[in-house]
Ligand binder design. Structure first.
Ligand code: SF4
Length: 442
């Protein structure tokens, strides 16, 4: 429930309006896990809410795996016992680089490139089409060693207990922000051939509360306090990516409702990115939203023939239809649409594919995130060769598309999204540890 819905609820119960504000504060600022913890409400009001069937709760973190790079991967149990995965990435995942957002400017500025901030703000430092558009492509263009060094960009450990959001900014652990990757469905129906989650099939959609609840559970576990509690627009240094299990655009209403709830938790939509495999009608709905996270389209192929092979959903909506829908989104002045491209060795990573990508994205305010495919059990693809990744990256840059090869996070604790969940019924993978429930909110 958002504040307007809480307001309706208290009105229906005949309670004064300020009770809705108290409820909102408890749920979204304090992130309480139980109705009894809302001590600003008199006992009789809490009892009445419970009697009317209203409950307060958070998903429970029941298993975790921790990487040497600080990434924590959680198995999160929902009220009905189903589980999804959520990932905490201190230092961010770098996915926003080049998209013109506040988070991207921070990230690029902190990465040590003296031109990064100026460039991300549209400075006249890049050549070609990117420069003409004020595109933030220079950081990737100059960092030839980005792929090789990406593992070393963030090193953290577990010494950050009791931090506030401000404390994140001053962390001695060397990171100034964090990204949380959240799931939108239990499993997924889209069946991308390179994805381990696809092998789980689809069980059900998450509710808006379950989507936003993952964030609350992780923030509580990490002792992060966001904002002052005075309003929903308080900036935070938490970025969210809807890139976990499931296709958010096949659970569109709950996804959008969760966006509003997460804003109430103090995370602005400008710090959220939703990734879609390409659900064309939902992209068009998304284009109409007044409150809208950033969009990332999982392109993953340079033509329909290859895309149909690796993403069967292409049979329903081809690349042309998707690009047309993406083109209907009214972008902000500095906003870029991100195209995610998982490089699969010998499948979509050759120079002819790079040329086709350039032709597809010509004239669009687009940036590309290249992702080196991670192997997973039972998935029959090859990792791309590092030299092919470099050539592909270079060709896109030289063609004027801001391009970034994503830093791999938590490589030692997972091979692909879905792996943690798949261990629940099978043998525990090395590196996974059973943990107790998340600590209480602070
Ligand atoms: S990549 Fe995303 S959309 Fe495709 S099967 Fe995996 S979770 Fe679903």
């Amino acid at each position: 429930m958002r504040l307007p819905e809480l307001t309706e609820l208290v009105a229906r119960l005949g309670l004064p309006k300020y009770r809705a504000v108290q409820l909102g504060d408890a749920l979204y600022k304090q992130r309480v896990g139980k109705l009894e913890e809302i001590t600003t409400l008199p006992t009789e009001v809490r009892e009445r809410l419970a009697a009317e069937g209203y409950g307060v709760g958070l998903p429970e973190i029941v298993q975790a795996a921790k990487s040497v790079d600080g990434t924590e991967r959680y198995l999160v149990r929902l009220a009905d016992g189903e589980t999804v995965e959520t990932v905490w990435m201190p230092g961010g995942d770098g996915g926003e680089r080049g998209d013109g957002s506040e988070a991207a400017v921070e990230e690029e500025g902190e990465a040590g490139d003296p031109d990064a901030v100026e460039t991300a703000l549209g400075g006249p430092t890049h050549r070609g089409r990117a420069a003409m558009n004020g595109a933030p492509g220079l950081v990737a263009a100059r960092r030839k060693d980005q792929y090789r060094d990406s593992d070393s960009l963030s090193q953290n450990d577990d010494r950050k207990g009791g931090q506030s959001d401000d404390a994140i900014g001053a962390s001695a652990d060397g990171y100034k922000r964090a990204t949380i990757c959240i799931s939108s469905q239990v499993g997924c129906a889209v069946n991308c051939q390179f994805c381990l989650t696809a092998k789980l099939g689809i069980k059900r959609n998450l509710t808006a509360g379950e989507i936003a609840g993952q964030v609350a559970a992780v923030l509580n576990r990490q002792h992060v306090r966001i904002g002052s509690g005075k309003g929903v627009e308080t900036p935070s240094r938490i970025n969210l990516v809807f890139m976990g299990m499931g296709e958010p655009f096949l659970n569109y209403d709950a996804f959008m409702q969760s966006v509003h709830v997460l804003r109430a938790m103090g995370i602005p939509e400008s710090r959220m990115t939703v990734s879609t495999s390409g659900i064309e009608p939902s992209i068009r709905r998304f284009a109409e939203e007044t409150v809208r996270p950033k969009l990332a389209l999982s392109l993953n192929a340079s033509n329909d023939v290859v895309r149909r092979e690796i993403m069967p959903i292409t049979r329903k909506w081809d690349i042309a239809a998707l690009l047309d829908a993406v083109g209907s989104i009214p972008l902000g002045k500095r906003e870029y649409v991100t195209f995610e491209y998982v490089l699969l060795g010998g499948v979509n990573d050759q120079p002819e594919h790079a040329r086709e990508v350039l032709a597809l994205l010509a004239g669009m305010k687009a940036k590309v995130n290249l992702i080196v495919w991670n192997p997973g059990p039972g998935i029959d693809f090859q990792q791309p060769k590092p030299e092919d990744v470099s050539v592909f990256h270079r060709m896109l840059i030289d063609g004027g598309i801001p391009t970034f090869t994503r830093r791999p996070r938590g490589r030692d604790i997972f091979a692909a999204c879905g792996q943690l969940k798949r261990t629940v019924d099978g043998p525990v993978e090395p590196g996974l540890v059973a943990i107790s429930a998340a600590p209480a909110a602070v």
